[in-house]
Design a protein around this ligand. Structure first.
Ligand SMILES: Nc1nc2c(ncn2[C@@H]2O[C@H](COP(=O)(O)OP(=O)(O)OP(=O)(O)O)[C@@H](O)[C@H]2O)c(=O)[nH]1
Ligand SMILES: [Mg+2]
Length: 314
């Protein structure tokens, strides 16, 4: 398939076309999309996938612009994907990101893709999962996944990312109020944004509060203790420190089995998700009762694509 070849050669136009094919709802595109994924899969897997989340207006897009430029300055290739299942938002991903990321958008070592059109969160995120495979096949080193923090979206993104960055604002008053325990447990780093000008002291104080609070949480199962830091995407401060954290986390996870364990766990999550949504809950329950899911999970671990595995199921 020529498109796959062009993507693997790093052609960004082809990459964009490939993602459009994945996102297409036309039935005649389905088989082509599966073939494309199958061809790209052996070339995928080598990036660091970073989830970036936080409430609307916290500064995710601006952060990605500044952080992305820092990374391309280090010779890295950066892909930015967005997940935005909400339809009521008037600004944000599609137009907002392009205008907030104009420098990165013009960078030949960057690729920016807005969120697929609104739909069910799981479905939108599954398209993002497939887009990640294509971006990796195209040779991108770091994939940033921007999601607006709307409760369950964090959980979904944590099933796509190796490193989960939670951006927060220094609020007046009770600094701990905004933290839901569940989200805290997902975050690998908590970053207080907009630490500049008059807000800089407030941001540093908020970081201190969170650090103190984080002492109450034990290390994650993988041994990583969530880190707290501040940054300003406007002044471009604190960004190097965030890259240091991501690299440190990555080295630590790669050195143990946790990196691959986590990705296998994520593939299993998506396999189950797709079975439930495409074959139905009844079929899913039946597979569980037959105890046959583990067999399919092994197939995944050996490198089969989820769709190849699905063919054996249905
Ligand atoms: N002072 C200051 N303002 C910032 C900084 N980062 C972002 N902003 C401003 O905050 C506003 C929101 O920034 P965005 O980057 O669009 O925020 P977002 O989280 O992507 O927003 P949504 O995509 O709508 O969820 C904009 O007006 C930015 O200029 C920063 O580091 N310092
Ligand atoms: Mg944004």
């Amino acid at each position: 398939m020529e498109l796959a070849q062009q993507i693997i050669e790093g052609n960004r136009t082809a990459l964009g076309q490939g993602i459009t094919l994945l996102e297409s709802t036309l039935s005649e595109h389905e088989q082509k999309a599966e073939e494309l994924l199958k061809l790209c899969l052996p070339h995928s897997g080598k990036s660091i996938r970073v989830g970036v989340t936080g409430v609307p207006g916290v500064g995710k897009s601006t952060f990605i612009e500044s952080f992305g430029k820092l990374m391309t300055g280090k010779g890295k290739k950066i892909a930015v994907l967005a997940i935005d299942p909400t339809s009521e938002r008037t600004h944000g991903s599609i137009l907002g990101d392009k205008s907030r990321m104009h420098e990165l958008a013009a960078d030949e070592n960057a690729f920016i893709r807005p969120s697929p059109s609104s739909g069910i969160l799981g479905g939108v995120a599954n398209k993002t999962r497939e887009s990640i495979i294509l971006c990796e096949a195209a040779g991108f080193d770091i994939i940033l996944i921007e999601t607006v923090g709307v409760g369950q979206s964090e959980t979904t993104v944590s099933n796509l990312a190796d490193f989960f960055l939670l951006l927060m604002l220094a609020g007046a008053g009770d600094e701990l109020q905004g933290i839901k325990r569940g989200i805290m447990e997902l975050a690998d780093a908590l970053i207080i944004t907009k630490s500049d000008g008059d807000n800089s002291i407030k941001a540093k104080n908020a970081a201190m509060e969170y650090k103190r609070a984080l002492h109450l949480f034990t290390a994650k199962e993988n041994g990583w203790i969530p880190q707290v830091s501040t940054c300003s995407a406007l002044d471009k401060t604190g960004l190097d420190r965030i890259w240091e954290l991501i690299e440190k986390h990555n080295n630590q996870m790669q050195a143990s089995s946790y990196f691959m364990d986590n990705r296998n766990k994520q593939n299993n999550y998506w396999l189950r998700h797709i079975i439930k949504h495409e074959l139905g809950n009844k079929k899913y329950q039946q597979l569980i009762a037959e105890n046959s899911l583990t067999h399919f999970e092994h197939e995944l671990e050996k490198g089969s694509s989820i769709y190849e595995v699905l063919k054996n199921i249905s």
